[in-house]
Write a protein that binds this ligand. Structure first.
Ligand code: NDP
Ligand code: ZN
Length: 351
């Protein structure tokens, strides 16, 4: 089978590989549609998870099942499925402790295009099919379905990590597709004011639709100064970080009220340390929490998030700005994601 792979840091291309084998609990799937993630860019061009050779990229897509193992109970060949980017081992101790995304070690629930071949391939392997796949509802199209792999669960996890409550004023740093879903989740959680940080006009328009009330450009000076000016020097209750760099945390801490919480889902592709400003962190006593997490994966999460779409509460159509037809466009879509032209939010390829 053919797959689009990271050959080494900075180099990618099509390769031939053996079709993966199906274990007793597993499924083999063929993609119906695929999406490119900023994480693919970090992995391939920044070497953010280290060197990988001939590893097939991709962890966002929906698929049709072509084979299931003999112990799989709820799925069969021909089923159309949602596929989460994170596919934990549900019988692990980490999963029992509530951190399935770290099953088998830190971040090890993230298997596609990390510890094994990803989904940019004619066929891909899903571990624990009953625990990780979900049926694709009839009224969700294959393009929107790709957003449920990673963008929705990650953006919403930032909101969970920041513990957004009714009436909160929330700062969402980064309004690419992940941050847009953080804006949507923040709005659903009942925030009052949602201040969004980003510059691409297409993202700003989408953020307004998802509930952002105010905007800040990180290009117009320090974020914290602008946010403190907008809030009469008081700051915000919560911050969701879905963009920026290791330097963004200092800004976020400065924006927070005492007792505030930061939820980070940004993938820090470079830099060694994160600075926490001593004074604004209450000289160690400000009750300002910093939480960072990989999105939870698995079937229940997919089913619940898909239910928001089927119920008409979450419109994913603004995210997929570039839709391509066929494998031949996969590389073009990947390079587009790296270059982030102004009119791009997310590229998707229908197979
Ligand atoms: P994008 O690159 O599309 O969006 C990034 C956003 O951050 C844009 O709005 C951008 O603004 C803004 N930004 C850029 N530089 C700064 C800065 N210095 N300060 C503040 N904001 C800035 O990324 P995605 O939405 O696709 O992904 C966001 C992050 O989430 C990535 O790092 C990705 O790897 C990570 N991720 C994490 C996952 C997890 O499970 N934790 C899963 C999936 C993704 P502008 O409008 O100017 O472009
Ligand atoms: Zn992703």
């Amino acid at each position: 089978m053919k797959g689009y792979a990271m050959l080494k840091i900075g180099e990618s291309g099509w390769i031939e590989k053996e079709r993966p084998k199906c274990g007793p609990l597993d499924a083999i799937c063929r993609p119906l549609a695929l999406a490119i993630c900023t994480s693919d860019v970090h992995t391939l061009w920044e070497g953010a998870i280290g060197e990988r050779h001939n590893m097939i990229l991709g962890h966002e897509g929906c698929a049709e099942i072509v084979e299931v193992g003999e112990l799989v109970k709820d799925f069969k060949p021909g089923d159309r499925v949602l596929v989460p980017a994170i596919t934990p081992d549900w019988n692990s101790l980490e999963a029992q402790a509530g951190y399935s995304m770290h099953s088998g070690g830190m971040l090890a629930g993230w298997k596609f295009s990390n510890f094994k071949d990803g989904v940019f391939s004619e066929f891909f392997h899903v571990n624990d099919a009953d625990g990780n796949l979900a049926l694709l509802p009839d009224n969700i199209n294959t393009v929107d379905a790709c957003m449920l792999s990673d963008m929705v669960p990650t953006g919403f996890h930032g909101v969970e990590l920041a513990d957004v409550q009714f009436g909160d004023t929330v700062l969402v740093i980064g309004i690419g597709p992940v941050g847009l879903m953080s804006v949507a989740g923040t709005n659903m959680r009942g925030a009052s004011r949602i201040i969004a940080v980003g510059t691409r006009p297409v993202c700003i328009e989408a953020a307004k639709g998802y509930g952002a009330t105010d905007f800040v450009s990180y290009k117009d000076g320090p974020i914290y100064q602008q946010v403190l000016d907008m809030t009469n020097g008081v700051g915000v209750d919560k911050v969701v970080i879905a963009g920026g760099s290791v330097d963004t945390f200092a800004e976020a801490v400065k924006c927070l009220k005492p007792g505030g919480k930061i939820g980070n889902v940004n993938y820090l592709g470079s830099g060694d340390n994160i600075d926490i400003p001593r004074v604004e962190w209450g000289v160690g006593m400000g009750h300002k929490q910093i939480n960072g997490g990989l999105m939870p994966g698995g079937r229940l999460r997919m089913e619940k998030l898909a239910a928001l779409v089927t119920a008409g509460k979450l419109d994913l159509s603004p995210l997929s700005t570039h839709i391509f037809e066929g494998w031949d466009h996969l590389e073009e879509a990947l390079f587009l994601m790296r270059d982030k032209p102004a009119e791009l939010i997310k590229p998707v390829i229908r197979i």
